[in-house]
Design a protein. Structure first.
Length: 78
């Protein structure tokens, strides 16, 4: 279920501040067109991952674009 259009996009006010070092712990914030071309560091639960915002990302959430779990694969037997 998506957010209704009359409410507008959700964005945390701290993401819009200029003195913020572009670190975002708020993965639920929507990516706005004003973020295009900026490097934003998004928290994945353990550390901050660098995210370069492009036009294709506008309208999505920051949390959709960062992995929170470590990739696992079974090791081959010799």
């Amino acid at each position: 279920m998506s957010r209704s259009k009359w409410k507008g996009p959700y964005i945390k006010k701290t993401n819009l501040l200029k003195n913020n070092k572009n670190n975002s712990k708020y993965r639920t914030s929507t990516i706005l067109p004003s973020f295009i071309g900026h490097e934003i560091y998004v928290h994945n639960g353990q550390n901050f991952l660098k995210l370069l915002v492009t036009e294709d990302m506008v309208g999505h959430k920051f949390g959709e674009l960062t992995m929170t779990r470590k990739f696992f694969s079974f090791k081959k037997k010799k």
